[in-house]
Write a protein that binds this ligand. Structure first.
Ligand code: GDP
Length: 371
């Protein structure tokens, strides 16, 4: 039924099967709209009638194509990152994609999830250090909370200064909060009526939303790239709340003996193999969604414990019952974060030996301690 139809809002090919992808419209709505003259995908419909943007996902290839188009323009790139899932929200090779010449402004989102006591300059320095490792030297770094925006006007002013008459492309992976942020921008720019433009990248069916700026330029929302190493892709919709926290994360510290194990629901596992000195305890601090149960047990027998309690005492469990777990081993030489990409992180002290388990494909790695 949707064959050969295109959304007049964004130009995406209409489809009725994949809610998260471009051009989606539920069958019932499609039937209704066929009577009318205008055919809008659900995302554009919501945008036009409720001034609300919905996220849309793209495959890696589509995304690479899209970013490559951006590199041919002269624009300001607004790169939205998720402070709680920093690595999971980074776009590998971004500068190459968007063009070395185009300046990048980083908006580090979800700052509301981090401890209020964390100093802004310290966090910005940390972000800068992490970006440097990826070869990104941004023209600015701003901490934001799209969910609870306080400094939106200031950020919009900054964008306006930095763009210097050029278009603005907003890029980010899925779940970084890009739609939430753009919705806030739309809300704050009252009086904007026709938000949707029919412009799109030539030769592709990728949709984009252009928000007109005062001087005839546009702020362009690009669809979010999917990064499979994020936990969000490994849990059911019902359990997403455990990987997309809404409130400030309360740190949980454990004094672990060697050969003790922590389970994070049934989603991840941490083993202390040896402590800082022979037989000594290690203080590890976990930063995970507050309602995610952390269960401490003996390392010996932890496999059986998991098999027995998965989905019950240990909840939530991965969406795929038969998912394989991968095991990682680390020697910690200085205060370091052990990251389960998109689920959370554990700050570890120096001088310990640890193991970590997560579904194969989820990113598990060490990084400079954030907090
Ligand atoms: P997109 O895929 O990048 O467009 O991300 P969304 O805007 O759909 O947001 C993904 C999830 O993160 C949703 O559950 C949002 O409620 C949540 N979110 C977005 N911005 C923030 C924020 O500033 N703080 C917190 N705590 N959550 C946020």
């Amino acid at each position: 039924l949707a064959e050969g139809l295109y959304c007049i809002g964004c130009g995406a090919k209409m489809q009725i099967d994949h809610k998260e992808e471009a051009g989606f419209l539920p069958l019932s709505a499609l039937k209704k709209q066929l009577m009318a003259e205008e055919l809008l995908c659900q995302r554009c419909f919501r945008l036009r009638h409720y001034n609300e943007i919905q996220p849309v996902e793209l495959t890696d290839d589509d995304f690479a194509n899209l970013l490559h188009q951006v590199s041919k323009t002269k624009s300001l790139i607004v790169y939205v990152l998720d402070l709680f899932d920093f690595s999971g929200s980074t776009i590998p090779g971004l500068p190459r994609f968007v063009g070395q010449e185009n300046p990048i402004l980083v908006l580090a989102n979800k700052v509301d999830l981090l401890p209020k006591s964390l100093k802004e300059h310290k966090l910005k320095n940390w972000v800068q250090g992490q970006l440097k490792e990826q070869g990104i030297n941004p023209v600015g770094i701003e901490l934001v909370s799209a969910a609870h925006p306080k400094n939106l006007d200031q950020i919009l002013d900054k964008i306006d200064t930095l763009r210097d008459g050029r278009d603005v492309y907003v890029v980010g992976t899925t779940n970084v909060g890009k739609s939430t942020l753009i919705n806030q921008i739309i809300k704050s720019k009252t009086g904007v009526q026709e938000l949707i433009t029919t412009s799109r990248f030539p030769g592709t069916t990728l949709d984009q939303i252009a928000i007109p700026l005062d001087d005839g330029q546009s702020l362009i929302d690009t669809p979010g790239i999917i990064k499979k190493d994020q936990y969000a892709h490994w849990v059911t919709d019902k359990d997403l709340k455990y990987v997309l926290p809404k409130a400030e994360i309360k740190s949980r510290t454990y004094q672990l003996n060697p050969d003790q194990t922590l389970f994070f629901g049934a989603l991840a596992r941490f083993d202390l193999v040896t402590g800082p000195a022979d037989g000594a305890k290690a203080a590890v601090t976990a930063y995970f969604e507050n309602n995610l149960m952390i269960h401490r047990t003996k390392r010996q027998g932890a496999d059986d414990f998991y098999a027995k309690h998965k989905g019950q005492l240990l909840t939530p469990a991965p969406a795929d019952e038969n998912v394989d777990f991968a095991k990682y081993e680390f020697k910690i030489n200085e205060k370091t974060d052990l990251v389960y990409a998109g689920l959370g992180f554990i700050t570890l002290p120096a001088g310990i030996h640890v193991q970590a388990y997560a579904p194969k494909g989820v990113g598990v790695f060490l990084r400079k301690a954030m907090i």
